[in-house]
Design a protein around this ligand. Structure first.
Ligand code: LLP
Length: 421
């Protein structure tokens, strides 16, 4: 459930008219509903309350400071994948003891910063990385808890670009490596190998693959026990899917019902890393129609947001619902098929293809739904386009939580060398 709904023929976010914000701030614009995000966070927290799971929001889905701050205040932890994300969540007031750090390519300086800030766990993705964290801890005279990321070889039946738990994936370590590292834990005196981590992919709609992966991880925990190694934490990753189109994804409660029996029996401390489920339907991208044109029997609506603002349709062929902000009558008017395309000089620059919509005119505002996750964070400056502003609505108030970039911002750090002057 999200809080973008029509009232009197126009789209509202909570108790604010979407058109009012677009008029004042301009487009393209990302708009987030605070209460939707909080609702979703609480759904996950409540579903996993029986094991008192630590919910670490996957910051990569949406790293806006206000979004992070809202989740800090709700008690969330964070899953970060770079020194930048770590800095950002600390700035938002996150408790370091609720931060886990994954990534196949942590640099020495990122590792050091994370150790110094006292994070809960590294999710370690290779034996060389484990060795490196050990060396850095030795130099800093610190001890650090780590989880080993197991690649459980489970197919989550999702888009190939967002599948991570199969054999050919760069993520995690195979069973043999994880077992070998557990056995050699004495080689790492500065590390406490206290956890296992799995994450099999994203936008997963059913519980089967999660159960299969958790079973595999639990078998490793059992093996460890026999060797006298006490694994205390199981991080079951993120990956819960949401509705973009006609999907019927499991809810957090259904997911919990399917996996809790396994988790409760294990008595492990449980960590989750949901990103999309918390913020995906809590945000939209607002864009204005610049031009309409007919070409070879296709009707193009050229809008002011492009693949640089929202890359998911171009990159994954992802479906995002497009809704007019103003609807005349009860949506019974004429409809037509449109290609909703952006201004970028690439044929792959589209937001929707062959989409049946109420007839559009120049100047109309359109809402691209489900853009709260992997939207702004994947935006770029391609074609030297400033990235959109971000706004958060809470009840009947709204706040700009990131200014629109200016073209001047885009020159920052560039220079013309002397020989060209
Ligand atoms: N944990 C790990 C280790 C991850 O790699 C990810 C996502 C998550 C948690 C959060 O997954 P979520 O709950 O959001 O599914 N840009 C793509 C999605 C990439 C996901 C990358 N990893 C998209 O727009 O669909």
């Amino acid at each position: 459930m999200h809080r973008f709904a029509y009232k009197n023929g126009e789209l509202w976010c909570e108790q604010v008219r979407v058109s009012e914000i677009a008029r004042k701030i301009g487009t393209p614009l990302y708009l987030y509903s605070y209460n939707t995000i909080l609702d979703h966070y609480r759904q996950v927290q409540k579903a996993f309350a029986p094991v008192r799971a630590l919910i670490c929001f996957a910051v990569k889905a949406n790293s806006n400071l206000a979004v992070c701050r809202a989740l800090v205040k709700a008690g969330a932890g964070f899953d970060v994948v770079s020194g930048g994300e770590l800095r950002k969540v600390l700035q938002a007031g996150a408790n370091p003891k609720k931060i886990v750090y994954a990534s196949v390519g942590k640099t020495p300086s990122e590792i050091e910063a994370a150790i110094r800030s006292g994070i809960l766990l590294f999710n370690v993705e290779s034996s060389q990385e484990l060795e490196r964290i050990e060396q850095i801890c030795r130099r800093l005279r610190r001890r650090q808890q780590v989880s080993l990321r197991l690649n459980p070889e489970v197919d989550p039946h999702t888009h190939s670009f967002i599948t991570t738990g199969h054999k050919a994936s760069k993520f995690g370590m195979d069973l043999k490596t994880v077992l070998a590292l557990l056995r050699s834990h004495r080689h790492y005196p500065h590390l406490i190998i206290s956890g296992l981590h799995i994450h099999i992919g994203s936008q997963i709609l059913e519980p089967g693959p999660f159960r299969a992966a958790i079973r595999k991880a639990l078998a490793v925990v059992e093996k460890g026990k026999r060797w006298g190694i006490r694994i205390q934490t199981l991080n079951i990753g993120g990956g819960l899917g949401i509705i973009y189109h006609r999907e019927t994804p499991q809810t957090a409660a259904e997911y919990a019902r399917a996996v809790l029996p396994l988790l409760q029996r294990s008595r492990l401390k449980v960590i989750l890393e949901p990103g999309r489920y918390i913020v995906g339907n809590g945000g939209i991208l607002l864009t204005r129609v610049l031009y309409l044109k007919q070409s070879h029997s296709r009707q193009f609506a050229i809008v002011d947001a492009g693949m640089n603002d929202l890359i998911r349709p171009s990159l994954y062929g992802a479906y995002h619902q497009i809704q007019p902000v103003m609807v005349n009558g009860k949506g019974t008017g004429r409809r037509a098929r449109y290609e909703i395309v952006g201004p970028i000089c690439e044929s792959g620059d589209f937001l929707a293809k062959n989409r049946l919509l109420p007839t559009i005119k120049g100047g109309d505002l359109l809402a691209v739904m489900g853009a709260g996750a992997y939207g702004f964070v994947m935006a770029s400056n391609y074609n030297t386009r400033p990235r959109p502003a971000e706004v958060m609505v809470r009840d009947n108030r709204w706040h700009v939580v990131r200014d629109r970039e200016t073209v001047r911002d885009l020159f920052h750090g560039e220079r013309i060398p002397g020989f060209l002057r």
